[in-house]
Design a protein around this ligand. Structure first.
Ligand code: SF4
Length: 323
């Protein structure tokens, strides 16, 4: 399948904290609270990145986090917060003030957390990764598939345009992949809120328990992309990050979105994989810029109320970004 165009969003990637209580065996991003290079970005540090993103014509502020749980309380107190969600909400307000639309991906939030963050976000996200219980997640309490499905369901109950995805090559079987896609499909059919599903290949990272584990082959990825396209309803986009798989290898199999491409920040989760230059991509395919909220949710106004003014400034009559 070759879509008429492939979508992307121009973003600034903000790794608010790398502190994480989980120990996913493939993760090179996480740090313990007492690691020398653990960080919780201060409001000033976040503000500086947002300013850079705004001056580079980005429309999206992508907020990403480890899953710190209680372990972050001390670090939060040092910057004057007693509550993680309260801090995230303030960062979203700052992004809006800079003219950027927040997309927050803050781990398995509760229904009440979503209620606080929904008005301040254009869309939100959480990777399902896999519905199977994996050895790679045995030291990661919040990677319970049941808990993650509940989070995705809560987002649906609150009508939050939502991004999720699966991780390929961490030891799951073909059947697990199908079951994961079917579970996402089932939630979307009930709530209609899934805007895109990321098919993300595992990429080995140095100094992790899976540093010698083989990544999925191109053919394996292409098979999953094609499966996803068959299983998921047509309105749900398939995103394959172009820094992890060249688009000319994913788009013919059903990928229709490249996700966020940043002119100002790296992919902090996969720092060795640079974004391809937009100009180079434009030479190979027709690209169309979207906002962090997909066009159909722009047209039906599912986005957070506090983002409305920016969305009406940025969106064209079809719900894409104005040229
Ligand atoms: S993948 Fe996410 S949840 Fe797992 S260890 Fe890394 S930061 Fe934590």
């Amino acid at each position: 399948m070759n879509p008429d165009y492939v979508t992307f969003s121009k973003n600034v990637f903000i790794p608010v904290t790398n502190i994480c209580r989980n120990r996913c065996h493939y993760c090179g991003f996480r740090r313990d609270t007492d690691s020398a290079d653990a960080h919780l970005m201060t409001p000033d540090q976040v503000g500086a990145l947002l300013k850079k993103g705004a001056s580079s014509n980005c429309a999206e502020a992508l907020f990403t986090f480890g899953e710190p749980g209680e372990s972050i309380h001390e670090a939060l107190a040092e910057i004057g917060y007693s509550n993680f969600v309260e801090y995230v909400a303030d960062l979203c307000k700052t992004a809006i003030a800079y003219g950027l639309l927040p997309h927050t991906n803050a781990g398995p939030l509760s229904y009440d957390d979503f209620k606080v963050l929904k008005p301040l976000n254009a869309s939100m996200g959480l990777m399902l990764e896999t519905i199977a219980c994996m050895a790679a997640h045995k030291d990661s309490p919040s990677k319970s598939p049941k808990r993650r499905l509940k989070t995705i369901e809560d987002a649906g109950r609150l009508r939050i345009p939502f991004t999720t995805g699966i991780l390929i090559g961490i030891g799951e079987s073909r059947g697990d992949r199908i079951d994961s896609l079917l579970a996402i499909r089932e939630l979307h059919l009930r709530y209609g809120h899934i805007q895109e599903v990321i098919i993300q290949p595992f990429a080995p990272k140095q100094n992790t328990p899976m540093s010698n584990h083989k990544p999925p082959s191109t053919e394996e990825m292409q098979e999953v992309i094609a499966l996803a396209r068959r299983i998921l309803p047509p309105e749900v986009a398939i995103q394959v990050p172009p820094n992890l798989m060249p688009p000319h290898l994913s788009v013919p199999y059903g990928a229709s979105d490249l996700g966020g491409i940043s002119p100002v920040t790296i992919d902090y989760i996969n720092p060795d994989n640079e974004w391809p230059a937009l100009e180079m991509l434009k030479a190979c395919m027709r690209l169309r810029e979207r906002l962090p909220v997909y066009p159909r949710f722009v047209l039906t106004r599912w986005y957070g109320a506090e983002t409305e003014e920016l969305i009406s400034r940025y969106a064209d009559e079809d719900g894409f970004r104005k040229c």
